[in-house]
Write a protein that binds this ligand. Structure first.
Ligand code: PAF
Length: 305
């Protein structure tokens, strides 16, 4: 790990809304300073703060982008309703030691882009199956942000594991000179993965949503105890969800890197993925699954409720 100690930007955080302003800020003699980018859609929570803190380990200048990207929302999705909280977001960035908040109205000089990216095979399964075009939109926004900010490092949360896998592949295919860092999912004390969409949940739905993490934990534990049949593990998770009155959009075990389906768990790391509608919120979560993980993760399990 490349832990940085120096921090070169001015004391106070800057907020900029245009690519021109951002470029001129970043063009100040950059010397050997490293830039980290944390792309977000705002409505920041502790999960995002963890990304910002991680970014500071790798760079002298941390840029957080806040842009609710219309291209990654389907026609019947929550683009208009997506929570926006710019002032609180800036306060969170400032206390995390962010240097620049980039909050453009649009990412494209003409307001809209004609040339688009296609995210490819990694985008077909899991969330991509239900949200056609979603990862194409993510790829487009992230690629433009990479070109605009020209970061050395970009930091993404592992809660969006499929997004992370797709971005790693995009960086490799398009040869962006950017190191991609994944940060472990931050959870509430009760295990619920932090998400901007948790705001949509009532207290009762929040309680109901806890079963997502519990199901993944149970699958993880059974696998660690030696169960290697993915179907058995998946049925276990599904039964738990059904017991809480939920039917997942998907509950699958796949290879952690190329996301191909896995039927037998081995010692290589697979991952269990879940998406489920809970009241008004579509929630996702994932967890590593392996026959070899018992000693590695047992301490964590004991912390779970
Ligand atoms: O994870 C998100 O918040 C978004 O998908 C991202 C990476 C900022 C692209 O719009």
């Amino acid at each position: 790990m490349n832990t940085r100690t120096s921090h070169r930007m001015a004391e106070s955080m800057k907020t900029v809304a245009t690519t021109g302003e951002l470029r001129s800020l970043l063009a100040m003699p950059r010397g050997k300073d490293r830039i980290a980018l944390v792309p977000t859609m705002g409505c920041l929570h502790q999960g995002h703060v963890a990304l910002m803190r991680r970014a500071k380990d790798f760079a002298d200048i941390v840029v957080v982008s806040i842009y609710v990207n219309p291209l990654q929302f389907g026609p019947n999705e929550d683009f208009d309703a997506y929570p926006r909280s710019f002032e609180q977001d800036c306060a969170a960035c400032e206390s995390a030691g962010v240097d620049i908040v980039f909050h453009p109205q649009t990412l494209y000089p003409g307001g809209e882009a004609q040339v688009r990216l296609a995210a490819g095979g990694l985008a077909d399964a899991l969330c991509g199956a239900k949200r056609p075009g979603h990862f194409d939109g993510v790829a487009m926004a992230v690629a433009v942000l990479f070109n605009t900010v020209q970061p050395d490092v970009a930091v993404f949360g592992e809660k969006d594991w499929q997004q992370l896998a797709m971005i790693r592949r995009m960086v490799s295919d398009l040869q962006f000179p950017v190191e991609i860092i994944g940060v472990e999912t931050v959870r509430e004390a009760n295990g619920l993965a932090m998400s901007s969409r948790n705001r949509y949940l009532s207290d009762a739905e929040r309680q109901q949503a806890l079963v997502l993490n519990k199901a993944l934990n149970t699958m993880w534990k059974k696998a660690a105890e030696g169960e290697s049949d993915a179907e058995v593990l998946i049925s276990l998770g599904r039964n738990m969800l059904a017991g809480a009155g939920l039917q997942p959009e998907y509950l699958e075990i796949r290879d952690a890197d190329d996301l191909t389906p896995i039927s037998r768990i081995g010692h290589h790391v697979a991952r269990a993925f879940i998406a489920c509608q809970v009241g008004p919120a579509r929630l996702i979560d994932n967890m590593p699954i392996s026959n070899a993980s018992i000693s590695l993760k047992m301490n964590k399990m004991t912390e779970m409720p």
